[in-house]
Design a protein around this ligand. Sequence first.
Ligand code: SF4
Length: 474
Amino acid sequence: MHSQAMFFKARAGEKAADRALQDKLGKAKSRFVAARAGAVADYAGDFEALREAGREIRDRALANLDVWLETFEERACARGARVMYARDGAEISRLVVDIARRHGVTKVAKSKSMLSEEAGLNAALTAAGIEPVETDLGEYILQIDGNEAPSHIIAPAFHKSKEEVAALFSRVHGKPLKDDISAMTLEARAVLREHFLSAGMGMTGGNFLIAETGSVALVTNEGNGRMVTTLPKVHVVVTGIEKVIPTLEDFATLMRLLPRSATGQSISNYVSVLTGVKDAAELDGPEHLYFILVDNGRVSLVGSEFEAMLRCIRCGACMNHCPVYQTVGGHAYGWVYPGPMGSVLTPLYTGIAQALDLPHASTLCNQCGVVCPVKIPLPELLRGLREKQVDLKLRPWRERLGLRAWGWLAQRPTLYGWAVRLGVRYLNWLADGSDRIRVPGPAPGWTLGRDLPAPQGRTFRELYAARNKREAKS
Ligand code: SF4
């Protein structure tokens, strides 16, 4: 069966032609990009040094992932938690449903969790007769609008306008239409409050797992995370195994990077470090705490050429700055993770043959690499995936033949020079005096969707030769 991620090209064309989506993407783009730039400029220290420290922390954790996971498990269990491991989405669903049944839970209040999306957990809970309620405002909007998929990892309903949300709330809540965002938020708050109070189980993801204390750290801008982790008697954390970091000190460093890179805030509204179950002296907190630590493709990346991708702290900066994401939005990517990080993660987690278009959904401009707070070399990883596709013969034979011919030519400089000169003449002939080329023959579609400028001036080789000549004279 083909995954949705196979069909990026077809969806990208539709999304790029969607005027309303373009308007929403444009507004959000300027907001996120400007906010991050402001936060970086206002940072009192050296932000590049901070990025390097972030990279070092994540690499240190990944280098001994098994040791930190064991330490985490031991410390978390010492505080009354239970730690379980899940190989894939089906196992996550099975474990969560089992826990819910064991505690007689019929409603689960959920805070945002990308792993839950990876597992399709809401469908599994519903099938088991357990009601899942999304309590992150963006996720809630998507859930009541027919379980639509998120289009951004930190702003899931990014693709919806205020007017669309107002109409949805009025229809689902049976209230008069509102045009004020604060009023709509208060309306959702009143509905969600009922769910917080009646849910038997709270479920969250985890931004970080802190090994030395056995804690989970949650970073949010809404109070829902605190509600789902303090009111229900059972709290289940579902998160990837790669989220573990060694110490609280490391957490403090990463917290200087995460909100600045994500939303341009120096600190998020709610930063919670949760350790163990409620003890006798505490008024709030869960009586039962479970951690489900998930592989779902992560283990295969440890020690591989793609290990750097596991450093990701899910800030969303790469997609906010990506010209491809800014044009097509998140749904075009077809799976849980959009943008450059998704173009790397989706083929690695779902199988390289399941997402052939995604490593090509990039201009390789390296904006993503420049803004990534933990210095993931995203363009390099995308190039690595493209190479793998060619090695595995997953690209069309014409493309592979073309690349091989180009490789052969590139190793013969004189011949290459002649070929470039001929190529330039041919392209100028095609341009026929205009500054834009339309490719004839079997590939006209290639230039219908993008500009191919006619060659301007002299080739690089001619300029280089002229410079050498000038320098030799002087
Ligand atoms: S790849 Fe880097 S920039 Fe993108 S979400 Fe992950 S940490 Fe953020």
